[in-house]
Design a protein. Structure first.
Length: 216
């Protein structure tokens, strides 16, 4: 007879109740996707537009986008069935930074970049959060800037740039906390590595444990 207090590991032990095995715990999945422009960041769209589900049809388990990228934006998108990590990755309390490369009309002056970094009052009367801003390159009438911020409210980057007179022409997310888009091409996806998963968990205040598998 098993002694009171004996512990079992559901990952490695076969556990039965009245002779019937308990259901196996759901395997957590973490997918990094390069979302293309023209894809809706949902699993279903009432307007019939393509969704992220159409980009990753080989993923058999239901996974959910962590945060959003609007229809006209591209870049790094995390999909997972790990609700705890997803909540922390999107809640401002945990301050996970999101980094974008943005092509804007006109070349922002240094004082304009400083205003972007300090926060500006938007069209809804609320101020944007502080951000890290870097001018990447510029021509006569266009510029690429890097914007890194932790809030990520609805279309915030676009609204910041438009408020300061530099409408966005292209916008792509290149990083989410420790996760980097790297050379992943639009429409391509891959599982997170064990190192990436550990670093992401640490970044949102979770224990840096590593799951045995990262299946799709």
């Amino acid at each position: 007879m098993t002694e009171l207090g004996t512990k079992a590991n559901p990952q490695t032990d076969r556990i039965t109740v009245n002779g019937r095995p308990l259901p196996q715990p759901r395997q957590p999945i973490y997918i990094l996707l390069h979302k293309p422009v023209g894809i809706v960041t949902t699993l279903d769209d009432p307007e019939g537009r393509p969704t992220v589900r159409d980009v990753i049809p080989s993923i058999r388990t239901r996974v959910y986008p962590v945060g959003r990228l609007d229809y006209a934006s591209s870049g790094l998108l995390l999909l997972t069935n790990d609700g705890d990590l997803a909540l922390r990755a999107t809640h401002p309390r945990y301050g996970l930074r999101k980094t974008y490369h943005v092509k804007v009309k006109g070349v922002p002056r240094p004082e304009t970049l400083e205003r972007m970094a300090a926060g500006v009052r938007l069209d809804d009367g609320k101020s944007s959060g502080t951000a890290e801003i870097r001018l990447l390159r510029a021509s006569d009438d266009k510029a690429w800037i890097e914007i890194s911020l932790s809030e990520g409210r609805n279309r915030e980057v676009r609204r910041i740039c438009e408020t300061l007179g530099h409408p966005v022409e292209k916008l792509g997310r290149v990083a989410l906390g420790p996760l980097k888009l790297g050379k992943l091409q639009p429409g391509e996806s891959r599982p997170l590595t064990a190192r990436e998963l550990r670093d992401l968990r640490v970044a949102v205040g979770l224990e840096p444990r590593i799951f045995r598998k990262n299946l799709n």
